[in-house]
Design a protein around this ligand. Structure first.
Ligand SMILES: [Zn+2]
Length: 224
């Protein structure tokens, strides 16, 4: 029988000595009063793209739902069990978050699998069925043509964020709140290699780096 991973025990031990003493009162308060995060993040399962790490979030600050390729299917009230729909419903109706951030990223395996028509990994082809949701984004991104694969994948990753934002607006509870100005939807994109975060400018349709100066400074001088 496999034992519980030692890496996790070591990490938990570090958490007990470093972070818990700092956060303990906050954890207690959150336990008593409940969570009140203002932001929901829809991110990818990718282990390199942890929203809490990227946004330096403390306990209780981010309500996070992660799935392969950070997708949301269009509103489909057919009774099917969809984890993301349940998370959205809770975030919007119960927690009343003010922001939903769809966080795409570079080198997304889900996006790449779609672009390369990857073969099913199992008879169920769960990934294939799920990433079929990327098709409208691929249409919006246009044909690859002579574009190098890496550039095309970036285009598709970013187009998919836009499609997911459009899909979010098909949920009546989200559409109403956005129209009343009580909920804002945002697209963001994380460069895994560069650590650069870009945010979608809805007017130009471009992803624009945020905190560009701070990002440049972080790389300006080697620190060790
Ligand atoms: Zn991904």
């Amino acid at each position: 029988m496999m034992t519980f991973p030692q890496r996790l025990i070591d990490g938990y031990t570090a958490f007990l000595s470093d972070r818990l003493p700092v956060e303990q009162s906050r954890f207690r308060e959150l336990a008593e009063t409940g969570q009140h995060p203002e932001t929901m993040v829809i991110g990818c399962c990718d282990s390199r793209v942890s929203p809490e790490v990227i946004f330096d979030a403390r306990p209780g600050e981010l309500f996070v739902a992660r799935n392969v390729a950070n997708l949301v299917p269009p509103y489909t009230p057919d009774g099917a069990t969809r984890a993301i729909s349940a998370a959205l419903e809770f975030a919007v109706q119960a927690l009343k978050v003010k922001h939903i951030v769809v966080l795409g990223h570079a080198q997304c395996g889900g996006i790449r699998a779609f672009a390369e028509h990857a073969a099913p990994l199992s008879p169920g082809d769960f990934i294939g069925h799920w990433i079929a949701l990327i098709a409208p984004a691929a249409e919006a991104a246009g044909p690859r043509g002579e574009t190098p694969l890496a550039d095309y994948l970036t285009r598709l990753e970013q187009a998919s964020v836009v499609t997911t934002l459009d899909n979010l607006m098909t949920f009546p509870c989200i559409k109403i709140l956005v129209e009343r100005g009580r909920l804002a939807l945002h697209g963001a994109y994380f460069g895994v290699a560069t650590g650069e975060l870009s945010v979608l400018d809805r007017e130009s349709g471009e992803f624009v780096p945020v905190a560009g100066e701070a990002h440049a400074n972080a790389f300006a001088a080697p620190r060790f």
